[in-house]
Design a protein around this ligand. Structure first.
Ligand SMILES: [Zn+2]
Length: 514
């Protein structure tokens, strides 16, 4: 399995739709040569006086109108889609006097225009990913596919009727929903410590030369472009730092190729049989129980308040809403829980990267992108969210530590025996393969399957799942006719020794099964 990496790198040319993985490999390699990766840090304000907070809210509201204007005018194929730059927009607005209606300082709206156009660009990039998938699925001719993917990558899709149609289908015209953010350029603010050592961030307000000073609860001064988000009477200062400064980024990655499966009780299980992030399940279930209980109580209180209001007791209704149904504490506790889960997952990914130069994983982002919301179902909502965090952690840690991340098609990896490929139903954390006469640990079996998918000659990233099933069934049939598996054969014994995570079923049981 050690030579998987070499195989992955060389098999790209002849493989269908292997471009995505190739790109990933190359990107991570270039990181090893010193490209910088950024990570986001958040600093929080301490209690802010209400007047200051109100001024910031007003500035954010006005900048929200700037954002809405940008989305409305340029959020389409003819706008950002045609390669329009924020510099051009700024010049137009200055010439036409568009900016005067917003009542904010020049630097503030200019920076907001840039940010909103970047948002639209990100939206466009997400649509491009979906169109890539469609191209891979629909075109069978490799040169034609290559031409289309290149057109997509370079933004030349408008001239291709098929691509233009697909882009219009996937790139839904969005609108601005951000009215609580202020973006401040690096040369527009300053941070100073007072005599007690507390940091104060001073940013431009609504009037020239009148800075708004915000007390911070941190001892590390934020740097670079700042994004201030106003939430529940508090200011969050988001900024990016060079990830190479982080101690965890200095840790070298391993040398092997490891497959990982995302589990529910553990964050990750790898193809060696090791589990990482073991307390994830506990964290999630306790949170989900607490949320259920809390939501039940809140519903009860809300109905009491509503009844009081119906009776005409507005004072009581107001009191309950204010004192018992607030969101500040709830939001902070939720944020703390999210931070804990993220730490657990990121630590798990670091453990895997400790031994891996290449991590093979399911394309987790794919399955959950654009999926419907889960409504009130707390469990499923949490599970969906952790999948997203795992995907983010895998990408982020791989980039920072210089390991490669390869995404594979994970269809049936949790149901197929990794040795003979026959499809079985898992029961709990076990997968009983009757032809092999073995009980695998389901997560480990899945991780090994995922690892093997990286060099699978037939199953590519975008192979539809029914086709995958067909391929697996064909293999099983061949396996059965050519290789009668016997318990005493040396090959089997050797395999068993290599995979201590499986246990053999008793011979008696096996005879019954046959
Ligand atoms: Zn089997």
């Amino acid at each position: 399995m050690e030579d998987l990496l070499a195989l992955v790198r060389t098999s790209g040319g002849g493989r269908i739709c292997f471009d995505a993985e190739q790109e990933q490999v190359e990107r991570a390699t270039s990181d090893r040569e010193g490209r910088t990766v950024k990570v986001t840090r958040v600093a929080y304000s301490t209690a802010l006086n209400p007047g200051k907070y109100a001024e910031l809210v007003e500035q954010a509201r006005r900048l929200g109108r700037v954002r809405s204007e940008v989305w409305q005018r340029y959020g389409s194929v003819a706008g950002v889609g045609s390669g329009l730059t924020d510099r051009r927009v700024r010049d137009w607005w200055l010439a036409a006097g568009t900016h005067e209606q917003f009542g904010v300082l020049a630097n503030a709206w200019k920076e907001t225009v840039r940010d909103a156009m970047a948002d639209i660009g990100a939206n466009l990039a997400a649509a491009t990913v979906q169109v890539r998938r469609t191209v891979c699925r629909r075109t069978s001719d490799p040169t034609e596919r290559k031409r289309m993917l290149t057109a997509l990558r370079t933004g030349q899709w408008a001239g291709e009727p098929f691509l233009a149609r697909q882009m219009r289908k996937h790139w839904k015209r969005g609108r601005n929903r951000t009215h609580d953010q202020i973006v401040v350029r690096a040369d527009q603010y300053n941070v100073a410590a007072d005599v007690r050592g507390h940091l104060w961030l001073a940013i431009p307000g609504l009037q020239r030369r009148r800075m708004v000073r915000i007390p911070l609860s941190t001892i590390v001064a934020p740097t670079g472009t700042l994004r201030l988000i106003l939430r529940a009477g508090r200011v969050e200062v988001h900024y990016q730092i060079d990830a190479s400064q982080l101690r965890s980024s200095q840790r070298p990655c391993g040398e092997r190729t490891i497959g990982v499966d995302k589990g529910y009780t553990e964050a990750l299980t790898d193809s060696d049989g090791d589990h990482h992030g073991g307390s994830l399940g506990e964290l999630l279930s306790s949170e989900s129980d607490q949320l259920k209980e809390r939501n039940r109580r809140r519903a009860k209180l809300r109905s009491i308040a509503n009844n009081a209001a119906l009776r005409g007791d507005q004072a009581k209704a107001h009191r309950i809403r204010r004192n018992n149904l607030g969101t500040v504490k709830r939001n902070r506790q939720a944020a703390r829980h999210r931070a804990r889960v993220r730490t657990e997952i990121f630590t798990a990914v670091h453990r895997v990267v400790d031994k891996a130069a290449t991590v093979v994983a399911e394309d987790l982002a794919k399955r959950f992108a654009g999926r419907k919301t889960f409504g009130k179902n707390v469990n499923r909502r949490l599970a969906a969210w952790t999948k997203g965090v795992t995907a983010e952690a895998l990408t982020n840690v791989s980039e920072r530590r210089g390991s490669a991340l390869v995404h594979v098609n994970a269809a049936y990896t949790s149901q197929a025996c990794h040795r003979c490929g026959s499809l079985r139903r898992r029961s709990g954390d076990r997968l009983h393969c009757i032809p092999c006469g073995v009980v695998w640990q389901a997560d480990v079996n899945a991780a090994i399957n995922i690892l093997q998918r990286a060099v699978d000659p037939d199953i590519a990233l975008h192979t539809p799942h029914h086709r995958v099933k067909q391929i697996l069934q064909d293999r099983t049939d061949r396996h059965r006719t050519r290789l009668p598996v016997q318990d005493s054969s040396p090959a089997t014994t050797e395999r068993r020794a290599k995979h201590p995570n499986c246990s053999a079923t008793s011979n008696r049981r096996k005879q019954v099964d046959r």
